[in-house]
Design a protein. Structure first.
Length: 68
């Protein structure tokens, strides 16, 4: 992500803070039961996005002219 976003983050706390921060906010906002429902919702969204990543990958990898 650093190269894509043109960001230079220090190792350690900055990267972990970006990952843990939203999770802590969600747990604090929704409580334990709400955060469980939120986790299930994120897994549903991820399962719907999976074919959008896998189908082009399989098509491009199976195209012999592109893999030369």
């Amino acid at each position: 992500m650093e190269g894509f976003l043109q960001l230079k983050l220090g190792a350690g706390a900055a990267g972990r803070g970006l990952a843990i921060g939203p999770a802590l906010v969600a747990v604090a906002s929704f409580g334990q039961h709400g955060s469980n429902a939120l986790r299930v919702a994120t897994q549903v969204v991820l399962s719907l996005q999976l074919p959008l990543a896998v189908i082009p990958l399989v098509r491009f990898a199976s195209d012999e002219s592109l893999m030369r």
